[in-house]
Structure formats: C-alpha cells, structure tokens
Design a protein around this ligand. Sequence first.
Ligand SMILES: Nc1ncnc2c1ncn2[C@@H]1O[C@H](COP(=O)(O)OP(=O)(O)OP(=O)(O)O)[C@@H](O)[C@H]1O
Ligand SMILES: [Mg+2]
Length: 211
Amino acid sequence: MVITIGSQKGGAGKSTVAINMALMIASSSTNYKVALVDTDKQRSCVQTLGKNCRENLTVYEVQSKPNRTIMELEEDIVVVDTPPHSHELMHLASAVSNVVIIPLQPSPLDIRAASETVKALTIIKAEVNPDLQCCFLLNRLKAGTILTKELRSTVEKLYPFNVLESSLFDRQLYKQSLITGQSVMEFDKNSPAAQEMAELVVEVLKLVSNK
Ligand SMILES: Nc1ncnc2c1ncn2[C@@H]1O[C@H](COP(=O)(O)OP(=O)(O)OP(=O)(O)O)[C@@H](O)[C@H]1O
Ligand SMILES: [Mg+2]
C-alpha cells in the first residue's frame, strides 16, 4: 500500500505528516514493515530520521524515478514525502500510489494554490491511475478562528476531492518532537497531537485497505 503526501504548495506540512505517519505505523501493533521514501532534495525525512532509524522502518532517499523504486519495495506500507512546486517526482509517485494526502492550511492563498495540485492529480487519475484516491488533510488549524471553521466546507465546494475527517491543529509539539527525530506519539503519547495523528493513521489505513 502506497501513501503519498503531496502538495505543490511549499510548507504545507508534507514532511511533518510523512515522518509522523511512517513512525506511527511502524510502531503500531499491526507490525507492518514501513518504507519512508524521501523524494525531496531538501532531504527532510533523511535528515530528521537517518536511514535505519527503527526496527520496522527504513528511510529511502530517491531523487529519480520514484515510481520504479516504490514498485520494487517489499515493505507492507510505503509512505512517500514529495517536493513542493509542480514536481515530476510527485506525479511519478502518485502514479503508483493508492492514496495521495494533500495537507492544506487555513489560508486563502493556500486554498487557491491547491488548484494546481488538484489539476495535476486529476490528470494522473484520468490518464494513469484511475484507482488513485486523493484527499485533503486540514493542517495547522487554529481553534476558534473563522477560517478554520469554514475551511472544510470551502474546500469541499471548490474541489472534487474528499476532505479527511481527521485534521491536525497548529501545535508546537510537531516542531519540538522532530528536533529529536521522534513522532508526536513517541514524544508525548498523551498529547492532543498524538491523539489527532493516531486518528489520521487509522483513517488513512482504513482508506487504503478498503481498496
Ligand atoms: N500541525 C502543525 N503544527 C505546527 N507546525 C506545523 C504543523 N505542520 C507543519 N508545521 C510546521 O510548518 C513548517 C512546514 O512544514 P513541513 O516542512 O512539514 O512542510 P512541507 O510541505 O514538507 O514543506 P516543503 O514544501 O518545503 O517540503 C515546519 O516548520 C513545520 O514544523
Ligand atoms: Mg517537505
């Protein structure tokens, strides 16, 4: 099962989500073997985690033809982090993915910029990978703000992709935990961040295993 985290918008939260999801799936009771494929030359995943960082998790650095590498991997779950901007690497990874998760922040500029990602993924779905599921993930929500309250319905009206039920709030713990290369769950398993990431993992695994 291949889960790509993709958005052409820089700083949307792709690497934060990819690293946390990969760590949390690898340490879950499912005992899945997980590959985290870092296709971004910024190397956020590789720099944060190293390559053989946990028993069930291997980080791969792949900066060309990720579709080929992904197909050859033997792990049960592959999580792919992709670069920002209109990037061929995101398109190639999406072509062999079960799901693309598009992190989206509550800002008009981010909502508008998502149209480029939607356009690219719509073409990939139509021409290469008809079973591809594309879902927005609302990220960096701020409690009590109008933008946060209206984000879900705005996005659902504007774009043809689903919005995941789970969402992530803007929390310092997402930054703090990555200083030491830990997931929010490893850093503080009782934190709200750990709770919302756990819900996200459950929802996404359900989505890909229903296929
Ligand atoms: N839910 C969150 N709460 C707080 N900070 C967050 C959250 N999600 C992401 N961030 C912060 O936002 C910044 C951008 O996140 P990240 O690097 O994961 O985005 P990206 O989409 O991978 O960026 P790029 O497009 O440059 O690869 C980082 O400083 C990260 O710590
Ligand atoms: Mg990144």
